[in-house]
Design a binder for this molecule. Structure first.
Ligand SMILES: *[C@@H]1O[C@H](CO)[C@@H](O)[C@H](O)[C@H]1NC(C)=O
Ligand SMILES: *[C@@H]1O[C@H](CO)[C@@H](O)[C@H](O)[C@H]1NC(C)=O
Ligand SMILES: *[C@@H]1O[C@H](CO)[C@@H](O)[C@H](O)[C@H]1NC(C)=O
Length: 191
C-alpha cells in the first residue's frame, strides 16, 4: 500500500492527515457525552436540588435524553444571564447613590463580575472548552467565577456594612448555577 502510494508520487502527509481525521471522527463519535437523569445530577446538589431540577428541566426541548454536555451548555447560559442581570442590578444600585462605603463594595462587585478579568469573561471560554471537551478547562473557569462571586458577597460579611439591597439574592443565584454545573461536572470525571 505505502509502496504503491510512493510510486504514484502522492505525498504521504495528506494521507496521514486524512487517516488522522478519519480516526478523530470515529473516536469522537464513539465517545459521545453520556446521558444522565436530571434526578441523579440534582441529587448531588444538596439543599438546592429542587431548584436544580427546575433549571435543568427548563432546558428548551426538555432535559429528558439530553447528554450531560448539552445540559452543561444550557446551565452555563443560565449562569451568563444570571451574571448579566446582576451587573445590571449593580449598575442601578450605583446610579442610585447613597452610603459611600456600600457604593465602594458595589463597584468592586461590578469589577469582579464584569471587569476585564471578571466572571463574565470566563463564560465564552467555558463554552468553547466544553465544545472541545476540555473539561478541566471548564472547571477552571467555573472556579474563577465562584471566586469572583465570593469576593463580591464576602465583602458584605463586614458587620459595619448593612446591605439593604436585593444583591444577596442575585449572587446566591450565581452560586446556585455554578453548583449545578459542578454537579454535572462530576460525571465528566467519572466512568
Ligand atoms: C437566574 O436564572 C434563572 C433561570 O433563567 C432565573 O430563573 C433567575 O431569575 C435568574 N436570576 C438572576 C438573579 O438573574
Ligand atoms: C434575568 O434576565 C432574564 C432575561 O432578561 C429574565 O428573563 C430574568 O427574569 C431575569 N431575572 C432576574 C432575577 O432579574
Ligand atoms: C474582586 O474585586 C476586588 C476589588 O476590585 C479585587 O481586590 C479582587 O481581587 C477581585 N477578585 C477577583 C477574584 O478578581
Amino acid at each position: 500500500m505505502a509502496h504503491f502510494i510512493v510510486n504514484n508520487n502522492i505525498k504521504p502527509f495528506p494521507l496521514i492527515l486524512s487517516l488522522a481525521l478519519v480516526f478523530l471522527f470515529f473516536h469522537a463519535s464513539s465517545c459521545a457525552a453520556k446521558v444522565v437523569e436530571v434526578e441523579e445530577i440534582c441529587s448531588k446538589t444538596g439543599d438546592i436540588s429542587s431548584y436544580c431540577k427546575a433549571i435543568l428541566n427548563s432546558k428548551p426541548g426538555g432535559a429528558k435524553g439530553s447528554d450531560i454536555d448539552s445540559l452543561a451548555q444550557f446551565t452555563i447560559e443560565v449562569l451568563r444571564s444570571n451574571i448579566t442581570n446582576t451587573t445590571t442590578f449593580l449598575k442601578s444600585l450605583i446610579a442610585r447613590g447613597g452610603d459611600p462605603d456600600l457604593l465602594d463594595v458595589y463597584d468592586g462587585c461590578l469589577d469582579n463580575l464584569s471587569g476585564d478579568r471578571g466572571a463574565l469573561n470566563e463564560i465564552d471560554r467555558m463554552q468553547q472548552s466544553l465544545k472541545a471537551r476540555s473539561y478541566k478547562a471548564v472547571t477552571t473557569g467555573l472556579n474563577k467565577v465562584d471566586q469572583d462571586n465570593a469576593d463580591c458577597f464576602n465583602d458584605f460579611k463586614d458587620p459595619a456594612l448593612r446591605d439593604p439591597s436585593a444583591l444577596p439574592q442575585y449572587t446566591r443565584q450565581i452560586s446556585q448555577a455554578t453548583a449545578i454545573i459542578k454537579a454535572i461536572s462530576t460525571f465528566w470525571f467519572s466512568i
